[in-house]
Design a protein around this ligand. Structure first.
Ligand SMILES: [Ca+2]
Ligand SMILES: [Ca+2]
Ligand SMILES: [Ca+2]
Length: 322
């Protein structure tokens, strides 16, 4: 370009020259890299990357990132690990990049789409065994209420026992599972984790569970006191258990006390039996049941009730033993 300048008094400058670039060509075409179409991500701030463009004439000035057709970030000079300025909402989105040269010509990439799901599944609620249960089953059936995921859908459940993954890839339609192997006697905590198809997880609360396969034993069974129509049977058990006595006039018994000491199980037992016949032989045996339902039953014992007496003229010894 060549120019001379004239001022208002008609003075004329000497000639000056300079070079200007005429650029009407957009930057070179380029491809997007990631996220590719079909990508499902659980981050609301995914990184975008693309191949470099170029501009032979005026040079590349910048890139612009568009999300769902709207300018999300301007004045980008890198082509890798670009994030949007604000978090991206759950759902399907499209993205593209525009390359701009120094003469403001622009080249638009093709468009790709991806899905964001940053929301975990809904609450998982355990069903059974209810927390605090003690069972003699070494492979108890763990069950929970179904949950769901509105974003990408439920992928699977997982069973954790004492914080360790016990069962993985439990189908999303299932709501119960047994552990992989028999559990030894002891106390456990268990929980269930639900995972969606984007990898978000939701944990249930933890329930406690006791496994007890060992039956109690009973000892020191005796008759503590008796009247002509009642008696008190006492005994000890090897572990805390409930208390119950079967009794009758023969070893077929026929009467049973209600099971007591079920809320707080005990090792020293005392059960009153009533409705006895004066001057009769009473057969009885005691039952001790632990929290898991393992039961000990004593051998048969017997004693004789007093004759009914209305005056202190007659007394009769009772005896216990079997
Ligand atoms: Ca150009
Ligand atoms: Ca989700
Ligand atoms: Ca036991």
């Amino acid at each position: 370009m060549y120019a001379r300048f004239r001022d208002t008094t008609l003075g004329t400058s000497s000639a000056v020259s300079d070079t200007i670039v005429l650029d009407t060509a957009p930057p070179a075409a380029f491809n997007l890299s990631t996220p590719v179409t079909g990508t499902v991500t659980n981050t609301p701030s995914p990184a975008f990357s693309w191949e470099a463009s170029s501009d032979a004439t005026s040079g590349l000035a910048k890139y612009q990132l568009y999300l769902d057709g709207a300018l999300s970030r301007d004045n980008i000079t890198s082509t890798a690990s670009i994030t949007t300025t604000s978090l991206i909402t759950d759902g399907l989105h499209s993205w593209k990049v525009v390359a701009v040269d120094n003469a403001t010509n622009s080249r638009e990439s093709s468009s790709l789409s991806f899905t964001v799901d940053a929301t975990p599944p809904l609450t998982v609620t355990l069903s059974s065994p209810s927390t605090g249960t003690i069972t003699s089953a070494t492979r108890p059936l763990f069950s929970w209420g179904p949950t769901s995921d509105a974003g990408t859908g439920l992928a699977k459940y997982q069973l954790y026992i004492d914080g360790v993954l016990n069962r993985d890839n439990i189908a999303a339609l299932n709501t119960s599972i047994t552990p992989t192997t028999a559990l030894a006697d002891g106390s456990y905590s268990w929980k269930v984790v639900a995972a969606d198809n984007a990898g978000n997880i939701r944990e249930s609360d933890a329930y406690s569970l006791g496994i007890d396969t060992v039956s109690p034993t009973v000892s020191q069974v005796s008759v503590a006191a008796s009247t002509p129509v009642s008696a008190t049977i006492i005994w000890s058990s090897s572990e805390p258990t409930s208390s119950q006595v079967e009794y009758g006039t023969t070893t077929s018994y026929g009467s049973t006390s209600s099971e007591s000491d079920t809320a707080t199980r005990v090792i020293s037992h005392s059960v009153a039996i009533t409705g006895l016949t004066p001057g009769n032989t009473v057969h009885f045996r005691v039952k001790s049941r632990d929290g898991a339902g393992n039961t000990a039953v004593s051998t048969d014992g017997s004693f004789s009730t007093f004759w009914q007496v209305f005056t202190p003229l007659l007394t009769r010894e009772h005896s216990a033993g079997w």
